[in-house]
Structures are given as structure tokens and as C-alpha cells.
Design a protein. Sequence first.
Length: 223
Amino acid sequence: MPPPDATPGAEDHEQKKARHKKQTADLPVYNLAGAENFIRRKLKRNLPPQLTYHGFHHTEDVLNAVLQIATAENIAAEDIQLLRIAALFHDSGFTELYKHHEEKGCEIARENLPLFGFTEKDIDRICGMIMATKIPQRPLNKMEEILCDADLDYLGRDDFYTISRTLMEELIIYDVLKNEQRWDEMQVKFLGAHHYFTDYSKRERAPQKQQYLEALKKKLQLQ
């Protein structure tokens, strides 16, 4: 029974105030806009022009896919913020080298993100997402699964052939690939081994990806 001078619901009101104060204190205090502006400028300025696939346009494409998948998967707003940063940094290593760019991207993240208020725990999660995209993809949690699926979202989209050709051109430039027939063989092997992780991508991308795989198999049989 409340004391005589207490008003009905006063205790509940105080509890709500305390809970709101705690929630506010728990919100991240990093400078998201500053971090995004920094990495966008770095990518636009330092990515080599011969990256026909891994250019800034790819990073933007992955970011858009991340937001689409994360929304469909009901990811919390603060986790989406970390996903945004991971998407923008995931290929930043290409500004310095081609092979092992994921490790270099994590170095860039660890060096710069503290300047924008990101904690060591935040950065560990971001680097976990970046490293999960290394082929073969090995995500260990939902956030890593989302970035992995976003990174290869195009495999199950209408622009698959257009985008895949830019990757072929890039691999030829970097002496990873010799000719188009070898590319088709690589694609069949890669598509056959790849699988999506999130429910969204399994539903919205996997069926069309399978169609492309079957078409490439038939193409090779005719050669």
C-alpha cells in the first residue's frame, strides 16, 4: 500500500524515468557521420582506377544491400550502424594492396575508428564482419552473415552478368585470370560452392543464382 502522500502511479513514473536514463546512457556515442565521411573520402581518393569491380561503386552497392537485408532480418538500429561502418570499410584495404585486403581493411579500421568514438568492442565486431567476407566466407554470427550476403548480393540479381564481367576484367588486369573460358569455369566452381546465410538472401537471391549456375554449366558444355 503506498504512503498517504503518494499519488497513484508516481512510483511507476519514477521507474520509467530511471529506465529511460539508463537506456540513454547505453546508446553509442560515436560519430557515425564523421566516420562515414572519412572512409568515403579515402575510398574515392585512393582506390586504384583499375579496380573495375572493387571500386567505390561496389562499396555503395554492398551498403545498400546491407541495409535491405538488415531491415528484412529485423536487426536493431544500433547494430545497423555498425553494419554500415563495416560495409564502408570492408574493401578499404584495396587502397593499399590487392591480396589480403581484408586484413589491411581491419588495420585501417583499428587505426581510424577510435578517432570517431568507436570502442574496442565496436571495432572487434566490425573487423569480425570484414574478415568474414574473405573467401571462402565464414561468418560466425548474424551480423557477419548479413555483410557476407550483401557482399555477394549481385549473384542472385538481374545485373549478375554485367557485374560479373567487371570482376573478370579486374582479375585479368591483376593477372589472376587469363581468358573468358577460364572465367566461366571459375564461376561455375564458385557459384556451386557458395551459399547464402540469411533468410532474406536465401529467399530473394538463391533461386536466381541457381539459374545462373545452370546456364553457365550449359555454356561450358557447348564450348
